[in-house]
Design a protein around this ligand. Structure first.
Ligand code: NDP
Length: 228
């Protein structure tokens, strides 16, 4: 399988890359600063050409265009993993600039990359597009408030997923949004209950299983449906 992962230089994106490589897939991995993505480039050096690393900033039209142009093979799976979350995000201290930046990366970035990679996904029967969302993007689940910029950006990502699923259903593409759980990464912090290896293994299993009937769905990393 040929897949694309954004934000692959650390955290969940790096672990997803590792696990897909370990099972024999070919990964096209995007990183904002490949020269500084040491773990990723070390993996690439040992991959026998199955891991290719590209410069990719999902907020930049130019960067996304150049990345998509470098993809010459059909793509079976796109994982929009790149994400951003700022600390100060509550009613009293949220910076609207930061909120806009989260919308740029988490929602518009995923849409920008999806549109650019679409020609490579089309024509691959059963190709999949998965975006890493969060329970914090669930409106139903929001009883605790706060997290304005991040929650809004993930809710927007969820809505984009529904529209993409509807627009691409006729072409046989499967589009889902998926929560990795609360994971021990730079973003999730050290007290998160889920190890990155466990989250990534769960995400892989869910993505292997999703069918056209699941398109437009919101799942957690164990495969359970999340309410919008
Ligand atoms: P990290 O903060 O550990 O990693 C984020 C990744 O996204 C980095 O590779 C970062 O690159 C990349 N990134 C940020 N901005 C851009 C950009 N403009 N263009 C390209 N790449 C970018 O996060 P996680 O690994 O924990 O999270 C991965 C995904 O899972 C995110 O979408 C996140 O919202 C989601 N998620 C995570 C949870 C958790 O508990 N960890 C919970 C729920 C959802 P760089 O190193 O250059 O900054």
């Amino acid at each position: 399988m040929n897949l694309v992962i954004t934000g692959a230089n650390r955290g969940i994106g790096l672990e997803l890359t590792r696990q897909y490589l370990a099972r024999g897939d070919t990964v096209h991995a995007g990183a904002r600063e490949p020269a500084q993505a040491r773990e990723l480039t070390t993996l690439a050096d040992a991959s026998g050409g199955r891991l290719r690393v590209y410069a990719l900033d999902v907020t930049s039209d130019e960067s996304v265009r150049a990345f998509a142009a470098a993809l010459t093979e059909p793509v079976d799976l796109l994982i929009n993993n790149a994400g951003r979350r700022t600390r100060r995000d509550d009613l009293e201290d949220v910076s609207l600039e930061d909120a806009l930046q989260m919308l740029q990366v988490n929602a518009l970035g995923a849409l920008r990359v999806t549109r650019a990679v679409l020609p490579r996904l089309r024509g691959t029967p059963g190709a999949k597009i998965a975006s890493l969302s969060s329970g914090l993007g669930s409106i139903t689940d929001n009883t605790s408030g706060g997290g304005y910029g991040y929650r809004m950006s993930k809710a927007a990502l969820n809505m984009a997923t529904r529209s993409l699923a509807a627009d691409l259903r006729g072409e046989g593409l499967i589009v889902v949004t998926i929560s990795p759980g609360w994971v021990q990464t730079d973003m999730g912090g050290a007290s998160a209950p889920t190890q990155v290896s466990e989250s990534a293994a769960g995400l892989l299993a869910v993505l292997d299983r999703v069918t056209p009937q699941d398109s437009g769905g919101f799942f957690d990393f164990r495969g359970a449906r999340i309410d919008w």
